[in-house]
Design a binder for this molecule. Structure first.
Ligand SMILES: C[S@@+](CC[C@H](N)C(=O)[O-])C[C@H]1O[C@@H](n2cnc3c(N)ncnc32)[C@H](O)[C@@H]1O
Length: 239
């Protein structure tokens, strides 16, 4: 699906978010707080629009995504950024190899999001940071109702005019509605092994930016990770 929408992805995003994406991306960069020379993984980076502000600030950012269509559009536009094809649930990176991991508007699209949270933990150095920007739930009922109307009615109608693949935007609206709220996502992050989990609502909760830290003593090698997962599966089966 993302291969199909890649050529016009960024323009359509700007239109449908009513120009808000630039502000959201600045807030993510500030939250990651990467210093020059640090290595940051931008996961589900798509065309690299979420990676660009890091590259522009002199941060060594790696843009990873599994849609070759999105990566090709990104590489054409920003040949200076490292674009790597990889699956968020089985990352092609060594343990403890990034100072920070971030994922913008991508975790919701990953087939097994908690597996991706564990993989980001594995590749992040102890003490390193996680920043997730994702659509969430407006906290005030009136605002939530207006936004739901926009999502389910106006957004697909606008997408029909500006996108070559309007069905992708029906999926977008439905996936936002099905996604856990701020507190539920915070619980997933904690259960995946991250600590000091907190979040900030943007635009009244339309978007939430979650932050967390990898514990200093975390053992998250691939082998340890799969043993932990195996143990969890066995205990679930036993229950
Ligand atoms: C909505 S786009 C976000 C792109 C970019 N981060 C941004 O902010 O514009 C979501 C991206 O998630 C990617 N994606 C979904 N599942 C993935 C997975 N398992 N591994 C890697 N990328 C994935 C898609 O290919 C798509 O490019």
């Amino acid at each position: 699906m993302f291969d199909g929408v890649a050529p016009k992805y960024d323009v359509v995003n700007d239109v449908l978010s009513l120009g808000q994406t630039h502000r959201w991306r600045r807030i993510v960069v500030d939250a990651v707080d990467a210093k020059q020379g640090q290595r940051v993984l931008d996961l589900a980076a798509g065309t690299g629009t979420s990676s660009e502000p890091f590259a522009d600030a002199g941060v060594n950012v790696v843009a990873c995504d599994f849609s070759l269509g999105m990566l090709r559009v990104g590489k054409r536009r920003r040949p200076d950024i490292d674009f790597i094809a990889g699956d968020a649930t089985n990352l092609p990176f060594a343990d403890n190899s990034f100072d920070a991991c971030t994922i913008s508007f991508g975790l919701r699209n990953v087939d097994r999001p908690t597996r991706a949270l564990e993989e980001m933990l594995r590749v992040t150095k102890p003490g390193g940071r996680l920043v997730i920007a994702e659509f969430s739930q407006p906290t005030v009922a009136l605002w939530r109702n207006l936004y739901t109307e926009y999502l389910m009615r106006a957004l697909p109608a606008i997408a029909t005019k500006v996108s070559s693949n309007p069905e992708a935007y029906v999926y977008l609206a439905e996936s936002i509605r099905a996604w856990p709220n701020q507190d539920e996502l915070a619980a997933w992050i904690t259960q995946s092994g991250w600590e000091s989990v907190r979040y900030r609502n943007l635009n009244g909760g339309i978007v939430a930016v979650h932050r967390a830290t990898k514990p200093e003593g975390a053992i998250t090698s691939t082998a340890a990770g799969s043993q932990t997962r195996q143990r969890r599966r066995s205990s679930r089966a036993a229950n």
